[in-house]
Design a protein around this ligand. Sequence first.
Ligand SMILES: O=C(O)CCC(=O)C(=O)O
Ligand SMILES: [Fe+2]
Length: 364
Amino acid sequence: MAAKITPPTPAPRVETLAASGLATIPSEFVRPESERHHLADALNKCTDGPEFPVVDLGEFSSEEGRRRCVEAARAAAEEWGVMHIVNHGVPEELIERVRAAGKGFFDLPVEEKEKYANDQSTGKIQGYGSKLANNASGRLEWEDYFFHLVFPPAKADLAVWPAVPADYIEATTLFAEELRRLATKMLCILSLGLGVDGGELEAALGGQDELLLQLKINYYPRCPQPELALGVEAHTDVSSLSFILHNGVPGLQVFNNGGAGRWVTAAVVPNSIIVHVGDALEILSNGRYHSVLHRGLVNREKVRISWAVFCEPPREKVVLRPLPELVGAGEAARFAPRTFAEHVERKLFKKVGPTTGAEAAAAN
Ligand SMILES: O=C(O)CCC(=O)C(=O)O
Ligand SMILES: [Fe+2]
């Protein structure tokens, strides 16, 4: 008789665990001692120190305001690697539709969401998922998520997008178009901040037609022991830029290298979109812009949802290297050339040692 093969039981979703009313979290979610003394319930964490800057993109339309806007974005990208942008031009009504659509999906029963489950083992990375313990710490994260490509439309596989709620596909498609335009604008502003032509950064990322936008909706359930867990562990994004929206519940923390170096909880700024500098931009700017180390705290009382849109260069088509204007005359290239695929591979599987300070920190 053939031996019966029992398929492994899938790990329960974090949402299911949280709903079971447990008082203590399973040990896989408990962060290592070294990380723990900085953790807290995100709702008790008052912001008592410096905050990362707010950049008014509305200023970019006037001659005089333009210089101020470029200067503010440059300073934020250099000193923090993260900024809030306001007057970004994405209609607030559309942002509300995106929030309602994502929340509507996560409000479905887990069994319904499981129909969209991803399967990392077969390379099906799009869909509903939770972290597998394949990371450096071997610890799990207190979140479930939904991940899929949203731009360009020709590469988007609508069959894996939520069919419920009914507005999900239209709202998310329109939002992706808006963010694609915003990515061009931010890359222009940040190019001018480096003293190069407005189109340079986008060209170095493959030009108008190559950028890919990937959406990850992070769903952080209430957590009975938020001082022991993380929703998202400390990392830098591999993208060029990432845009973050959330549901008004605090949780995002960024590491501020200035002074002694410390974790700063992001303020909730009305009508803002948070922009992260990612690794690809750090490389192109030869380290002038800083790929921000960040993580997500959780809390006891409120579900937090965030929408992260990663703007990624094509995997193989372009070689990422510092812009030629930024090297020479005494300044050496601080990064070896690499494709995006090589960068991701190196970082995730650590085939070679970390190549930037941020990567080194993220790997710990
Ligand atoms: O939840 C957040 O605010 C940030 C999430 C994040 O860092 C990510 O998805 O890469
Ligand atoms: Fe991130």
